[in-house]
Design a protein around this ligand. Structure first.
Ligand code: PEP
Ligand code: MG
Length: 591
């Protein structure tokens, strides 16, 4: 009954059968075969080809039903590769003339074709090498009788246990049958965590050792808020988890009753609670949980779902669908934030030593004007149908912001000439994610319409701690006094210039940070939809006067521990929720 602890990444109690995704490396030996075995080897290749074609057909049908024909097209391309005459002839001749086993003949042939694609001076063909490799791997696994994990058809109540999960892994996953995710890697701001919260599936990340502790079919239970995991629990413990799950469901029902109430403190301070979304389904869940708008629409997920850069019209259709769903509520659409730890399946980023400090987000967009303008126009066109705002990620200089604004002006002119309607005074804001943006906050505040603090990146850049590196995860802490002082500086700069500040990093949805952020003067909190009701409850039970005291004390604190004592009191539930004892309002370590 191994018990493990990870980071609670998405709330909820999960109870289910483990499905362990191990990255098994298959080595294919060059086995020479006798002439009389050639027939069997050819038969084995043909059978594996048929099995692979059937598997791909199944995945294609499911993807098409769930995500549409366009997204499923990739599997048709995989089937075409499998049936390519040149490729098939090459495998067969290696078996017949080279007298090697089927698995080796397939591996060698697919390697040759990959090398050919990778060698051509054409980005599109280079990208196809990954598909060829994928198909080759599938055929080899089928020849060797190794299991191909089909995530599109899962048994009910599956708990997916993996090293890490990418958005592409979940795109085709049979999510209706997933009870929870556990990953060995990742922290609260990793994309697995963000995705799990947006799908409202309980998750624990950074659970080191889970891949060794669990077997396929083990019973896995976990608490997605506390990060506690038990594999094959005793009967008593299982009953405890079942009771916990029932309590959790009841607690959520109570919270949802706050849906239509404002986020206002007992002494009248009101803030906006918004949601972070990646698609139309997330927008639906934003409304379901009572979000007042969308504070961050991460458009990169849209880009990740296509097989090539989506056109202006394709993007417009997606943005408008979200806008229509939000029925008049504000939407902040962030321009493409790719690079760093986020790849696109069809675009090869140049290798970089420090991708988080590299060619990402607005830097890449400003270098690829056509691409950027297609997105800007799609967003601007959407503004004719709702309260749409543009937000630029990773800005470090006024030059970047001005350049982006001039491209926005260019797009508006072109749309005007084409007689396409849009909001002439569409607001343009920026994310504050870099120390440069914080230090220049006053200058930026004069030019932007709003700020949104991206604490996920801001924490990593202020502290110089890679947000994805589990060896230094203990150093990654948005409650570090340096991060808090940066947040305060940005909010003050905005207010001085008559502008407002939102926060769309994960800190905005962190229950322990709510009063602190309220006291720091944050105007809007944007978070995973599932966190909105809990944050609203905390605010409605709080006194703004106390929140101000908490913020004042936290700003004087000189260590993470001193901040922790203020923001994480021993009994966070002791009534009234905001009643920080006077004695603790002054951090003990502050001189
Ligand atoms: C952030 O950096 O805080 C943020 C919201 O952006 P992302 O997590 O998408 O990098
Ligand atoms: Mg960011």
């Amino acid at each position: 009954m191994p018990a493990l602890k990870g980071t609670g990444a998405s709330p909820g109690i999960a109870i289910g059968k483990a499905l362990v995704i191990r990255e098994e490396i298959i080595t294919v030996d060059r086995i020479e075969i006798a002439e009389e075995d050639v027939k069997d080897a050819l038969k084995s290749f043909e059978e594996a080809t048929s099995i692979s074609l059937r598997q791909l057909e199944l995945v294609r049908e499911k993807t098409s039903a769930k995500l549409g024909k366009e997204k499923a097209a990739i599997f048709k391309a995989h089937q075409d590769i499998l049936l390519d005459p040149a490729l098939r002839d090459s495998v067969k001749s290696k078996i017949k003339d080279g007298r090697v086993c089927a698995a080796f003949a397939v591996q060698a042939t697919f390697d040759e074709f990959c090398a050919m694609f990778e060698g051509v001076d054409n980005e599109y063909l280079k990208e196809r090498a990954a598909d060829v490799r994928d198909v080759g791997r599938r055929v080899v696994r089928n020849i060797l009788g190794k299991k191909v994990i089909d995530l599109s058809a899962l048994p009910p109540s599956s708990v997916i246990i993996a090293k890490d999960l990418m958005p592409s892994d979940t795109a085709m996953m049979d999510l209706d049958n997933v009870s929870g995710f556990i990953t060995d890697a990742g922290g609260r701001t990793s994309h697995t965590s963000i995705m799990a919260r947006s799908l409202e599936i309980p998750a624990v990340v950074g659970a080191v050792g889970v891949l060794d502790a669990a077997r396929d079919g083990s019973l896995a239970v976990f608490d997605g808020r506390e990060g506690e995991i038990v594999i094959d629990p005793s009967e008593d413990l299982l009953l405890e988890y079942i009771a916990k799950r029932d309590d959790y469901v009841r607690e959520r029902e109570k919270l949802e009753a706050l849906r239509l109430l404002p986020a206002v403190t007992r002494d009248g301070k009101e803030v906006r609670l918004c949601a972070n979304v990646g698609n139309e389904a997330d927008a639906e869940s934003a409304l379901k949980h009572g979000a007042e708008g969308i504070g961050l629409y991460r458009t990169e997920f849209l880009y990740m779902q296509w097989n090539a850069f989506p056109s202006e019209d394709q993007q417009f259709a997606a943005y408008k669908a979200v806008c229509d769903k939000m029925a008049g509520h504000g939407i902040i659409i962030r321009t493409l934030d790719i690079g760093g730890d986020k790849d696109l399946p069809y675009f090869k980023f140049p290798p970089e030593l420090n991708p988080f400090l590299g060619w990402r987000a607005v830097r890449m967009c400003l270098d690829k004007e056509d691409l950027f303008k297609a997105q800007l126009k799609a967003i601007i066109r959407t503004s004719a149908f709702g309260k749409v705002r543009i937000m630029l990620p990773m800005i470090i200089s006024l030059e970047e912001f001005r350049k982006a604004k001039s491209l926005i002006a260019e797009c508006k002119n072109e749309l005007k000439e084409a007689k396409i309607d849009f909001d002439k005074s569409i607001k343009v804001g920026m994310m504050v994610e870099t120390p440069a943006a914080v230090l220049m906050a006053e200058e930026f505040a004069n030019e932007v319409d709003f700020f949104s603090i991206g604490t996920n990146d801001l924490t990593q850049y202020i502290l110089a701690v890679d947000r994805t590196n589990k060896n230094i995860a203990h150093l990654y802490n948005p409650f570090h006094p340096a991060v808090l002082r940066a947040i305060k500086k940005v909010i003050d700069a905005a207010h001085k210039a008559g502008k407002w500040t939102s926060m769309c990093g994960e800190l905005a949805g962190d229950e322990s940070a709510v009063l602190l952020l309220l006291g720091l003067g944050l105007d809007e909190f944007s978070m995973s939809s599932i966190s909105v009701p809990v944050v609203k409850k905390i605010i409605r039970n709080a006194d703004y006067k106390c929140a101000l005291k908490i913020a004042e004390a936290a700003l004087k604190a000189d260590t993470v521990e001193a901040v922790r004592k203020i923001t994480h009191p021993e009994k966070p539930e002791s009534p009234p929720i905001c009643a920080l004892p006077e004695a603790e309002a002054e951090p003990p370590t502050t001189k």
